[in-house]
Design a protein around this ligand. Structure first.
Ligand code: ADP
Length: 264
């Protein structure tokens, strides 16, 4: 896409000439349209729970005013919607903070095995209520230069997805293993696989999963409390750590999300 300016000029000897200036604006246009899409998505995602909450309020003020059991039910649904908005805003803040951060790689030494065990411990109770068992296969001590909080967020997001979209009841596994030389990272690395036994993801969706708000099944994601931002955040953090992210999935068998991070 080009922006063209036409201006009449006087050339040498007073000859009339026309100056044409072509400016390539494709990139400007593309980023402008991405920004518009993003604002539209955010507005829509916030509007949906807001509409629900205002509907509940109307019912509570009217028909359900004196109906105690209905009131309890509506209050609990309102709580759910408000928590969804809260998660959405937290995820948006995380993304915007990550984008504003320097591209420099964090350098604190982080023990990945410890991060995995901590994440699993935090999510065990919630997983159990869904009938999901978490396996952590991380014997070795694995040090990587990184940001502990951000790496914790990566594996918490991936584990939450494995629990949400995996088989219920079922097992999800966190598997840590050393890589002698990763061909892309071009050096020693640590590989963490987060796998589930769920329905899997059709291949055409896989390349788009790290886009903001991209979901395979919006209804299912919403029902599970998802914001559609989890994998976008994961991708950002992994890139900042100079690592790589790969999603292997087979429909009907399950999914393994693999994060590979350069070793210390
Ligand atoms: P969400 O908040 O919707 O879970 P994510 O960015 O974390 O957003 O994931 C994007 C989409 O990728 C999800 O809505 C879901 O459709 C799909 N997805 C992610 N992880 C898995 C998985 N382990 N198994 C199947 N589908 C998954």
């Amino acid at each position: 896409l080009f922006d063209v300016r036409v201006s009449p000029v006087r050339g040498a000897g007073g000859k009339r000439q026309v100056l044409l200036v072509f400016r390539d604006v494709s990139e400007v246009q593309a980023s402008e349209s991405m920004r518009r899409d993003f604002v539209a998505n955010v507005s829509h995602e916030l509007k949906t729970p807001l509409t629900a909450v205002s509907g509940f309020i109307e019912t509570l003020e009217g028909p359900a005013r004196n109906d105690a059991p209905a009131r309890d039910r509506f209050l609990s649904m309102m709580g759910q919607e408000v928590r969804r908005m809260d998660r959405l805003v937290s995820d948006l803040l995380s993304l915007s903070r990550l984008e504003g951060q320097s591209r420099r790689r964090p350098t604190t030494q982080v023990d990945l095995a410890r991060v995995l065990r901590d994440v699993a411990a935090t999510l065990t109770l919630g997983a159990e209520t869904e009938g999901v068992t978490i396996n952590v296969d991380a014997e070795a001590e694995a040090t990587v230069p990184g940001d502990r909080d951000q790496l914790t967020q990566v594996f918490a997001n991936l584990l939450e997805n494995a629990i949400k979209y995996g088989a219920q009841p079922g097992t999800v596994t966190l598997h840590l293993s050393p890589v002698e030389r990763d061909p892309v990272i071009k050096g020693p690395a640590w590989r963490v696989g987060v796998s589930d036994e769920g329905a899997g993801i059709a291949p055409e969706h896989i390349p788009r999963l790290t886009e903001r708000f991209y979901r395979v099944d919006t209804g299912r994601s919403r029902e599970q409390g998802g914001t559609g931002l989890g994998l976008a955040i994961v991708k950002h953090i992994v890139n900042r750590h100079r690592g790589r992210l790969k999603i292997d999935s087979e429909v009907g068998r399950g999914t393994e999300v693999v994060v590979t991070l350069p070793a210390a």
